[in-house]
Design a protein around this ligand. Structure first.
Ligand code: PEP
Ligand code: MN
Length: 344
């Protein structure tokens, strides 16, 4: 349920509403919008709560939120969330481009890639140090050593770093070294990990699970928001379908749909979304055209010798071509105003 305050409601009236909500054993969550304040109510709400709050001074109306996620919903938070990562804004009309190798393999590899993607126009560096791999015999990442190399690349380029955390035990190190903590597709429903990333202060990017519905994905974001971390980014990275010609099916429709249902920024990952380097540029362009707030793209100095995901990694040259197209496209999309659902 949400309590929509009148535009001229006083601070005292808002405070009184919050106290009443707490007295009832419920939890208030206040969002001050540019026009009016909204007080979200979390907990087991009854009809009596609704009538009691409806009568209080300063209240314009009470709205029931029937969706299972609340804090992640547009109703609770009508204005777009913008996640600030250093100087980079994820959301709010800017395009965040996170690029780098699938896995951090050496200091030289990650620094070289960071310099190249920065020159091409990326504004964040990606790279996995803790790698979720289907086979236990595959390269599983350099661990903390990899985090140190990412930090060295940040030092060299000024690019903020996003990297994956796989377990609650690794979180203190990942959180310390990174600027954005990534929860991978395979961990989207690791509820203990979601709670833990919600309790630390770095922004979190949650990738959509391999077979997750949009609702399950937004509920994963809800776990993090519910622990008090408001800086959540969603990442569409393709879902499993019957199709085997591509690694996954990139669900571009998720972009405007999520923007309708939620205030959280959404980024697309056409690398994992397709599994094929020659499809990445087209899908990156499609994501931007659909209104995505950012891209995550795998780039490697020598994709043929990459320790993971070489088949979907771009060379520096191809990443440059992708950026040229995306830059041109994002100007057209931005000058046209907000797209799709966000405009309504
Ligand atoms: C990754 O980004 O390195 C990764 C493993 O992606 P996903 O969790 O989407 O498979
Ligand atoms: Mn990868």
């Amino acid at each position: 349920m949400i309590v929509v305050m009148k535009a001229d409601a006083s601070l005292e009236q808002v405070e009184a509403i919050k106290s009443r909500i707490s007295e009832e054993g419920l939890r208030p969550s206040t969002v001050e919008g540019s026009e009016r304040t909204i007080v979200g109510v979390l907990g087991s709400i009854t009809r009596d709560h609704e009538t009691a709050l409806e009568r209080m001074p300063g209240v314009l109306q009470i709205l029931r939120v029937s969706r299972p996620y609340k804090l992640a919903s547009r109703e609770f938070h009508p204005e777009d969330t913008v996640v600030q990562v250093g100087e980079v804004r994820v959301g709010g009309g800017d395009l965040a481009v996170m690029a780098g190798p699938c896995s951090v393999e050496s200091k030289e590899q990650v620094v070289k890639t960071a310099l190249a993607v920065k020159t091409a126009g990326a504004n964040m560096l990606r790279g996995g140090a803790f790698k979720p791999r289907t086979s236990p015999y595959s390269f599983r990442g350099l661990g903390v050593e990899g985090l140190e190399y990412l930090a060295a690349a940040r030092e060299e380029t000024g690019l903020p770093v996003i990297t994956e955390v796989m377990t609650v035990e690794d979180l203190p190190a990942v959180s310390e070294f990174s600027d954005v903590v990534q929860v991978g597709a395979r961990n989207m429903q690791n509820f203990n990990l979601l709670d833990a990333v919600g309790q630390q202060s770095k922004p979190v990017m949650v990738k959509r699970g391999l077979s997750a519905t949009i609702e399950e994905w937004l509920l994963a974001a809800e776990y993090i928001l519910n622990q008090g971390n408001p800086n959540v980014i969603l990442c569409e990275r393709g879902i499993r379908t019957f199709e085997t010609a591509t690694r996954n099916t990139l669900d571009i429709s998720a972009v405007p749909l999520v923007q309708k249902l939620s205030h959280l920024p959404i980024v697309c990952d056409p690398s994992h979304g397709t599994g094929k380097w020659y499809l990445v540029q087209a899908m990156a362009a499609a994501s931007v055209a659909a209104g995505a707030d950012g891209l995550m793209v795998e780039v490697h100095p020598d994709p043929d010798h990459a320790k993971s995901d070489g088949a979907q990694s771009l060379t520096f040259e191809n990443f440059g071509l992708l950026m040229d197209q995306v830059r041109a496209l994002s100007k057209v999309v931005a000058s046209d105003g907000p797209v799709g659902a966000r405009a309504q």
